[in-house]
Design a protein around this ligand. Structure first.
Ligand code: NAP
Length: 349
């Protein structure tokens, strides 16, 4: 069968392709339906010379202006059992699969293990980049291999889990800046879902939700349902209230600073880390700094969860930046802690 031409659009509107609904355009947008599409793109001298950015679900992105280059939208679909052994199932999914739908599908097949990551927005291909995590589980713990196309060399490259250099919301893809320059296009991910399963319910919200449902010995579906219910209560649906999920990373501070903050603010939530440092809840800091439910122009910090920055209507990238800076400044003044934004700022002059 002859290869299909690449699906390429000039001067494409991105408003519906970012969950903050910020208006912006890209000079070129290529939708990639297969690894063959990605290899064809790498082999095209004009296209491969373009400045690139890889657009997943647009849920971790602040578009600060138009993009003068080529945006790649991986739309590679497919999910299947790729193998199994005595300990685990190995499940493969295309990078363009919706993350939450994929998690629910694995549960429907009877393969537990990803339920704590239910309802995280975005795509399968984006999941390893920031090592998505929630309620005591990181995707790194369930990952076997990431497959990608090296767009500079036009070759397939496999990253076994050990090569992904995973950390807290971090991976080799971020550490090397590939998530910004689009060097590697993730085409698919293989997960390792252990047959031996136990629920992860140590987060207070999860425990409370399961107790409220009267579920003493939850199965994976019960845990998924509990997490969906919690997230639906706390987080706005981007289709109704545009947002990019948690806007700031949870800061990790040294033990000395943690002790002095605890002395000043006895109720501050502090989570000790294996290396002696302590993790703080960014949402708590923002709330204490008076930003929960407060607006600045057409944007604000969400009333149910202070960590979520929302577009109240017709906001532009500059409005988001102004609010993020104001929140950062107030948290720094009050607590001496610098909040780092989680989303990528793109198209900043
Ligand atoms: P939350 O449950 O209110 O927790 C706030 C902070 O406290 C987070 O830093 C969380 O750590 C920490 N924490 C709470 N209970 C803990 C425990 N038992 N042990 C260790 N640390 C604990 O957080 P939220 O804002 O409503 O978000 C719920 C979950 O979704 C969190 O796990 C959050 O990280 C996750 N989330 C992930 C993403 C992403 O992957 N990009 C985006 C949004 C939310 P952790 O952050 O280590 O869990």
């Amino acid at each position: 069968m002859p290869a299909m031409p690449l699906e390429l659009v000039h001067d494409a509107d991105l408003t519906l392709r970012n969950t903050l609904a910020l208006p912006a355009r890209t000079r070129l947008l290529a939708t990639l339906h297969s690894t063959a599409d990605a290899l064809a793109l790498a082999a095209d001298p004009a296209l491969s010379a373009e400045r690139r950015f890889i657009l997943g679900g647009g849920s971790n992105l602040v578009l600060c202006g138009d993009f003068d280059g080529l945006m790649l939208a991986p739309s590679i679909r497919g999910r299947r059992l790729a193998g199994e052994d005595a300990e685990a199932w190995f499940v493969h999914a295309g990078a363009g699969e919706n993350w939450h739908d994929f998690v629910q599908w694995t549960l429907a097949q009877g393969w537990a293990g990803l339920e704590n990551l239910s309802l995280i927005p975005g795509t399968v291909g984006a999941a390893p980049i920031q090592n998505i995590g929630a309620y005591g589980l990181e995707v790194a713990e369930r990952l076997a291999e990431v497959e990608a196309i090296d767009l500079a060399r036009g070759e397939t490259r496999r990253f076994p889990v050990a090569d992904c250099r995973f950390g807290y919301r971090d991976s080799v893809f971020k550490q090397e800046g590939w998530h910004l320059d689009g060097r590697f296009l993730i085409t698919g991910v293989t997960f390792r879902l252990p047959r031996k399963w136990a629920p992860l319910t140590r987060y207070a919200d999860v425990e409370r939700e399961l107790a409220a449902c009267g579920t003493a010995t939850p199965n994976a579906r019960d845990v998924a349902n509990a997490i969906v219910a919690i997230r639906q209560r706390k987080l706005p649906d981007p289709a109704q209230v545009p947002n990019a999920g948690s806007f700031f990373q949870n800061p990790v501070i040294d033990a000395v600073q943690a002790a002095s903050l605890q002395a000043l603010y006895p109720s501050i939530p502090l989570y000790p880390q294996a290396d002696g440092r302590a993790k703080l809840a960014a949402g708590w800091l923002i709330e204490q700094a008076g930003w929960k439910g407060r607006n600045l122009g057409p944007v604000g910090m969400y009333e149910q969860q202070a960590l979520v920055l929302v577009n109240r209507g017709h906001a532009r990238g500059a409005d988001v930046l102004a609010l993020a800076r104001a929140v950062q400044a107030d948290v720094l003044t009050r607590f001496g802690v610098t909040l780092q934004p989680e989303p990528i700022y793109l198209g900043m002059a």
